[in-house]
Ligand binder design. Sequence first.
Ligand code: SF4
Length: 220
Amino acid sequence: MQGEGPSLGRRAGFVRLGGCNLHCTWCDTPYTWNAARHNLRAELTRTAVAEIVPRVLRGNPELVVITGGEPLLHQRQPGWTSLLSALTAAGVEVEVETNGTLAPTSGTTAAVTRFNVSPKLAHAGDPEAARIRPAALQSLLSTGKAGFKFVCATADDVAEVSRIAGRLGIPPTAVWVMPEGTTAGRVTARLPVLAEAAIAAGFNLTTRLHVHVWGDERAR
Ligand code: SF4
């Protein structure tokens, strides 16, 4: 189930790719990139597209989400093109989740139904020059396929979102505010404050539905 953003609640298959070009302090998938905390040789396995596709389509989802890590790091690999082609041929919608630091290629843009772009705020701990890449964000915005999902903890974070969106010309209707947290209690506790701030700013609000249902369980 897609637990976040514009497709919240929809049945979905997920493909999680390894590697990331950011190092967010609160990252909920450090096993995709953090070699200091995880054995990446065990976590990251090379898997043939021909094996991935039937697995991800098991259960007949109408939506497949490609996530990470940062999946657009792989978009110039032959396997990326093969994967997108196979999913397109299967007739499913494809969402790519990205941190917004890399511009999509024309091939990626053509094959993808939606980009769920999640630029990182200051509290993520990455340097601003690394986490906010205006050219990449403008490129994603110009596809007409992007929703911008910001992980927030406080009303001040929502104000930071307003400044970033205003500077880059991202319309408020294309912004989703989402609570940071990997437990249902933490996500729930943050929603009231974020809801008020999001409504006042003209943004959309999303919870993390999978966290409410399954907590921090992997492969959910
Ligand atoms: S961009 Fe996403 S995957 Fe990468 S470190 Fe940040 S939260 Fe984790």
